[in-house]
Design a protein around this ligand. Structure first.
Ligand code: BDP
Length: 678
């Protein structure tokens, strides 16, 4: 070998060693040496696979003292949680259910990874929600609706025979943060998922996930009986249809004894549902609930229903579901998007939370960034999740937060649940953007404990995923913590919403219009810009959506003077000259907010570049490049929205902020070639 070849080989090897594609997520513990392992014991008293896994994780990665893992079925109050305590001899993890031991093991490993003091430990962890679930919007052809991290992880063609190693890696990552349920397929569901050929594939996945405490659920198409088996209709009051579902459910449970249940999008955006037959959502949900009940299965019935009527879209879920309160079986949970329109950068909470007193409700968040820059923008979503969970509904007086309404504290429930629409695909780094992994992580952590602060979760994640060096952590926690507000600023400040480009939802299109298209899919429906002002009047003089909120929120939101300024244009059509609290006019404030958003992203770039020495070169370059896209997009958003709204406000952009660098007419010509899927 000549010198050149040796040198190249050496470079190759060192590249491979340092190659960092992000595939390890936050699970980067180093395997302990035989010497360290010999000094301590991991003691278990069970043959079960889950307990075996807990012990294996500790054997491999735990560098501390001995650990004993004990299941005590009497510890019911822990649910699937655990305690960890220390004594002279070492540590003990106790749980009421076997899976609790695995969660406890991951907790210990997390503390170790974070460099926490492990000498004296007294931990008790009880999860806030029973069902902590991901919703995959994955189609059977491998595409993902609103997926920005490549194709689906599920290789339906190859299942059940070929098992990708990523299935177990996925399950392990979820278990490490307490996620215990997964809906495998898109809410816009193909009936085929219930075909026997597919159910054996689903079983293969369920068999892998079970070891990690994860139950599989499926989205179903309400017309399945008719489409799959040629029944005359899929009317829930038709006895044959009821029988069909009962026998389908039996078939599923024979294959998958711990199957979780169904997620249903019915009579929404063109999906079939009970209303096709003059029946109600309750009729449809109850039919499925009755079929699932003997197996303790659940129905997650989505409240995301709206139709192009004269009624404000933001009011429709409430109008549809309130009259049905009390009519649902106890194993039905109404799955409600955090905001009343649709996963926007900022929305108030959906007023159905708290209003339904006799029906279980759960929050649905979107982890995939359909409306937040796809996998191109660094937007840390824990503050958005917390904003909803901590919102006071005032349903039972002050302190009735969305979290307390949904976690069983204020509304007894057969099972409590929370869902997040997954941002996971087959990309090496799972989520497209390295920092989008933090949103998967944050969802899991908050589903377990909604009282955790966004800062704490960011810090945990950064320490495990990158490094615990303070010079890195401090600026990066700050960047993550401000990133959601930055996105709101450069996209839709002051309560603006849904002014996205049609269909794919990437980039601005406040001027957007489609001949003959549904008004409630058009930006003008939401921003109502005209010479008088900007915003949607949802006060008593407008759509009166404010009346769906409990006092005093109805009054607070309904009055221009008391409405929080970050929701002003959500609830009011505001004159351009309206004086804001800081003395700016609404128009000036809009300009400053857009500018602030752009400046924030430019600052993110500077901070990241300055941290190069703390990050491996591969992830450094990847994030740097994404931040460049984000900065360009932020300017695009600002120019598009300000130049367009200026045609109504007819006022100058304040002279102390950056001037637009685009022409409005050029921006209007941009048509991104993006499909709905991927
Ligand atoms: C919207 C998405 C659409 C989903 C829908 C839903 O644009 O792709 O099918 O939500 O949640 O935001 O059903």
């Amino acid at each position: 070998m000549n010198k050149m070849v040796i040198c190249c080989a050496f470079l190759m090897v060192s590249f491979l060693v340092s190659a960092e594609d992000g595939s390890k997520l936050w699970l980067r513990g180093k395997a302990v040496s035989a010497e360290v392992a010999a000094k301590r014991q991991i003691v278990i008293h069970s043959e079960s696979i889950v307990v075996g896994l807990a012990s294996k994780e500790l054997e491999q990665y735990w560098a501390g003292s001995s650990v004993e893992l004990i299941v005590d079925k009497k510890l019911k109050k822990l649910k699937d949680g655990y305690t960890i305590s220390s004594s002279g001899r070492g540590l003990t993890i106790c749980a009421g259910e076997e899976i609790g031991l695995l969660y406890g093991a991951y907790h210990l490993l997390r503390l170790q990874q974070e460099g926490k003091d492990l000498q004296r430990i007294a931990i008790e962890e009880i999860p806030d929600y029973d069902v902590r679930m991901l919703n995959h919007w994955d189609n059977l052809d491998g595409s993902i609706e609103r997926g920005y991290a490549g194709q689906s992880l599920w290789k339906w063609e190859d299942l059940p025979r070929t098992i990708s190693p990523r299935y177990a890696q996925y399950a392990r990552a979820n278990a490490s943060i307490g996620i215990n349920a997964t809906v495998l397929n898109n809410v816009n569901a193909s009936p085929q998922i219930l075909h026997s050929d597919y159910l054996v594939k689903v079983k293969a996945l369920a068999d892998i996930f079970r070891k990690y405490g994860i139950r599989v659920y499926l989205s179903i198409n309400f017309s399945s009986p008719k489409i799959l088996d040629g029944l005359e209709n899929s009317d829930p009051s038709n006895k044959e249809v009821q029988r069909w579902w009962k026998s389908k459910v039996k078939e599923i449970y024979t294959l998958i004894p711990d199957f979780g249940g169904f997620l249903v999008k019915a009579n929404s955006e063109g999906q079939p549902g009970p209303q096709d037959y003059g029946r109600t959502h309750a009729d449809g949900a109850n039919m499925l609930a009755d079929a699932l009940k003997p197996y303790n299965g659940l129905v997650m019935w989505r409240a995301f229903v709206y139709s192009p009527t004269k009624e404000d879209r933001a009011k429709q879920a409430y109008l549809e579901f309130m009259p049905l309160d009390g009519q649902f079986r106890d194993n039905v949970i109404i799955q409600i998007k955090n905001g009343p329109v649709d996963f926007q950068p900022r929305e108030p909470f959906t007023p159905l939370f708290g209003a339904m007193r006799q029906t279980a409700g759960m929050v649905e968040f979107q982890i995939t960034q359909e409306y937040l820059g796809f996998s191109n923008h660094l937007v840390y979503l824990a503050p958005l999740f917390k904003e909803t969970l901590d919102s006071d509904t005032y349903a039972d007086g002050s302190g009735s937060t969305v979290a307390k309404i949904t976690d069983g504290t204020l509304r007894p429930a057969y099972k409590t649940a929370i869902a997040g629409v997954a941002n996971i695909g087959e990309d090496e780094n799972w989520t497209g953007h390295h920092f989008a992994q933090a949103n998967w992580y944050a969802f899991g952590r908050l589903a377990w404990n909604h009282a955790l602060s966004s800062e704490q979760i960011a810090e945990e994640w950064l320490k495990q995923t990158f490094t615990d060096e303070q010079q890195f952590l401090k600026p990066m926690i700050h960047m993550m913590m401000t990133s959601r507000e930055a996105a709101v600023n450069y996209m839709m400040p002051l309560g603006l919403h849904h002014i996205f480009a049609f269909d794919h939802h990437y980039g601005p299109e406040p001027w957007g219009d489609r001949q003959g298209g549904r008004p409630d899919w058009m930006p003008w429906y939401y921003h109502n810009a005209n010479s008088a002002g900007l915003g949607f009047d949802r006060s008593a003089t407008g759509s009166n959506a404010v009346s769906q909120y409990f006092p005093p929120l109805d009054r607070i939101y309904g009055d221009l003077e008391t409405c929080p300024e970050n929701l002003l244009l959500w609830f009011h059509q505001v004159p351009w000259s309206h004086k804001m609290k800081n003395g700016h006019t609404m128009w000036e404030e809009l300009c400053y907010k857009y500018d602030e958003g752009v400046q924030q992203v430019r600052q993110f770039q500077k901070v990241w570049d300055g941290l190069e020495s703390h990050v491996d070169s591969q992830r450094f370059a990847a994030v740097q490049s994404k931040l460049r896209i984000q900065a360009q997009d932020a300017i695009w958003w600002k120019d598009a929205c300000l130049l367009y709204f200026q045609t109504f406000s007819k006022q100058p952009i304040p002279y102390d902020i950056e001037r637009p660098i685009h022409e409005l007419e050029d921006l209007k010509k941009i048509k991104l070639n993006m499909s709905y899927h991927n």
